[in-house]
Design a binder for this molecule. Structure first.
Ligand SMILES: [Zn+2]
Length: 389
């Protein structure tokens, strides 16, 4: 299974200048080559190589980066062609179509650039990289990442990485080929996972991942952000941005922890995992406004993606189920009624009298639906490429 891991680089000012100059030279060469390609109607990689390899090299690139530039240009045109064919850029004759086809593809000055092992080496122990730049090889560029990212990187990194500059920060996006366990084809049953606000995740095995502390924290974050927004000064904006980054990192760490525990439990007990199909999560929320904001901004999609890739790695079957009415359905007698749920936390069946915590009841329903989905053979599609950022 392929994964991409994004780590942040911590270059010194001198190293940062070298990186910047490198992206500039690569992208200038790419834009130049793209113009040549456009004028001469040569778009294949081999064609471009025969036509302009020497000239690309003469623009200050060594052999490998020059080949990457050739490929980047060829890829850009094949993506464009694919988009045109799919009708994503309007019909032939339309203004949009004409704009897309009437001029060569242009690369931003700091567009991402791929580096292979010959141009980029990783010193995992020292947590540094050494990278080819137009001003020579830059050694000892420090990088940082979460423990999870670093572990995956160390064990599975393979092939190319993209150098990326975004919002004043440098990143490397590394491709990792992660070993997968064989899929458990005979799960004993399914762990149903109910996602929510008060409890981020409740499993049908009774584990509750509370969001209370986190929600309080987010409430405070939101107040601060609103304050900074009304202030509107440059430094306030900078602070707001920094703060948003911190909040995202905290959410990601929590999602990693929760997903790890859920998958570990399923694997240990020989079960599969049933997740709600996340498309419905917004519509389902009929709540007071502040909670609604919390739900919308919580990264359930990220949690779902983390569970998906960890399950795949562990060979744990994963199914997605339709979450409609899981909160109103009785997990014992299946009577479904809005009145079955007198409060946010409480489930009390109007027919059979079954009483349980509402999230736990939902998770049982999700587990049951997961089992049926599995039996019917509708396997879920885990995303092919997950970003551990
Ligand atoms: Zn009932």
């Amino acid at each position: 299974m392929k994964l991409v891991v994004r780590v942040k680089l911590l270059p010194t000012p001198v190293q940062a200048l070298a990186l910047e100059a490198t992206l500039h030279v690569c992208n200038e060469a790419a834009t130049w080559l793209s113009t040549q390609a456009f004028e001469r109607r040569v778009f294949s990689r081999a064609g471009l190589q025969a036509m302009a390899y020497c000239e690309v090299r003469a623009r200050g690139l060594s052999a490998q980066p020059a080949l990457h530039v050739l490929r980047k240009v060829a890829d850009a045109y094949s993506t464009l062609t694919a988009n045109l064919m799919a009708g994503n850029l309007g019909k032939p004759g339309s203004q949009r179509h004409a704009r897309a086809t009437g001029k060569p593809v242009v690369f931003r000055e700091v567009a991402a650039q791929p580096f292979d092992d010959r141009c980029l080496s990783w010193q995992m122990g020292e947590r540094t990289v050494s990278i080819w730049t137009v001003t020579g090889r830059m050694k000892h560029i420090a990088f940082t990442g979460s423990p999870e990212q670093l572990a995956v990187l160390e064990a599975y990194r393979k092939g190319e990485s993209d150098l990326l500059y975004r919002d004043g920060q440098w990143y490397l996006i590394a491709t990792c080929e992660v070993a997968e366990a064989e899929l458990d084809a005979h799960p004993a049953s399914f762990v149903g996972v109910d996602l929510g606000i008060v409890n981020i995740a409740t499993t049908s095995t009774g584990t509750r991942h509370s969001g209370r502390r986190l929600n309080r924290r987010r409430e405070a974050d939101r107040t601060l952000r609103a304050k900074l927004q009304t202030k509107g000064t440059k430094s306030a904006k900078r602070r707001a941005k920094k703060h948003a980054g911190k909040e995202a990192r905290r959410a990601r760490d929590i999602n990693h922890k929760i997903s790890k525990r859920i998958v570990a439990e399923a694997q240990r007990t020989g079960r599969g995992i049933a997740l709600e199909d996340l498309g419905g999560i917004r519509e389902r929320a009929r709540l007071r406004k502040p909670q609604r904001v919390t739900l919308h901004s919580w990264s359930f999609h990220q949690l779902g993606a983390f569970i998906a890739y960890k399950a795949k790695r562990a060979g744990v079957p994963l199914v997605h189920v339709d979450p409609a009415y899981t909160s109103q359905e009785c997990s014992q007698c299946h009577h479904t009624d809005r009145r079955n749920r007198p409060s946010q936390a409480r489930f009390a069946c109007q027919v059979c009298g079954f009483v349980e915590h509402a999230d736990l009841n939902s998770s049982h329903n999700i587990a049951a639906r997961g089992w049926w989905t599995w039996v019917r053979g509708a396997e879920s599609q885990a995303p092919a490429l997950t970003l551990i950022a």
